[in-house]
Design a protein around this ligand. Sequence first.
Ligand SMILES: Nc1ncnc2c1ncn2[C@@H]1O[C@H](COP(=O)(O)OP(=O)(O)O)[C@@H](O)[C@H]1O
Ligand SMILES: [Mg+2]
Length: 403
Amino acid sequence: MVVDPIRNPYAPGAGQRPPELAGRDEQLAAFDVVLERVAKGRPERSLVLTGLRGVGKTVLLNALRGTAVRKGWGTGKLEARPGQGLRRPLSSALHQAVRELGHGDQDSVDHVLGVIKSFAHRDAGAGAKLKDQWSPGIDAPAVRGRADSGDIEIDLVELFTDLGGLAADVGKGIGIFVDEMQDLGPDDVSALCAACHELSQSGLPVIVVGAGLPHLPAVLSASKSHSERLFRYQRIDRLSREAADRALEAPAAEEEAAYDAEALAAMYDATGGYPYFIQAYGKAVWDLAPRSPITAADVAVAAPEADAELAVGFFGSRYERATPGERDYLMAMADVAAAAPADGSDVEESVTSADVAAALGKKPQSLSPARDSLLKKGLVYSGERGRIAFTVPHFGRYLRERG
Ligand SMILES: Nc1ncnc2c1ncn2[C@@H]1O[C@H](COP(=O)(O)OP(=O)(O)O)[C@@H](O)[C@H]1O
Ligand SMILES: [Mg+2]
């Protein structure tokens, strides 16, 4: 049985839907319960997915959205960007959600669309000229005096209240999916938390589902509201051996191909169970293996190919965003982590900023600008005060190998 490159099923790439969404049944099942409860007006915490880059947060968020769509919910998604306000992307997402909801009464729909429009118009500031107002492509006239006070918290509550009413009319709900949530501005975060709090108390069927880097819970709890009671955090991590095998084997079986036992062991060894690496290795091995079953020898032949691909597509694109000074800082982090006593697991350790400074022979304060900039660029995160870690798995190894 020949393994045909044209039929290669694997899908490395940010946000690329994997051929098999392995190891996420628990989250999907939990979300089903959340949707049912929210639609019935029961109190329920929203889901927030956290994890390193490449573990599959975006594709899981998309899958959760798919679940909501199949239940007839109105859904919209946005990706937060540093320095960008919430009004525009949220308006577009909500416009989409209202369309998906398919409410039959045009007057009610137009009213809510008009509120979304007035919420969006406020993006340009009070009394802005018409030409400076940004519109989310909504035909309905703006509803003045609703969701346009300029206080984002008040406006979100009014907006969500009207949306929730519309969804409740038809016995459904509204799901707002926010990717890269750690990049929301502080005012937007606290307003969103306050609005979610309000929603949960009024029993309106609107939920915000988020995904972001591991420090997202810290970002949310820094805002004034009680985020720990609003959100249920789900750490999305590397796959178990069993799930990783399934991620590789199920798509292969569709093409009538298979892996032998040593090949699967070698794959897990190389990928550490990280979904992005599984897809990258799967793709390279499939392209180079002469026949099925795929063997450990095939994996060995394909590994340099997979690593080269990752060096460009996964690691390199991030490394390039760092300035020379920041690169020194990253390299020192990698050295300090490598010098720490290995516990044999593949889990990437955080290091202390003090150790990094010592390794560079500098005072910690003098390195704060580099550290802060790396935090802002999302290359590192700080889960605990004084400690710092890569947001990209295996990044330390990559840095040390490139020298
Ligand atoms: N559960 C999974 N099983 C198999 N492959 C997955 C899974 N989740 C994600 N992937 C793959 O991993 C890669 C990264 O996924 P992505 O959602 O972009 O990660 P993140 O948003 O956490 O950075 C993609 O190529 C995707 O196809
Ligand atoms: Mg993502």
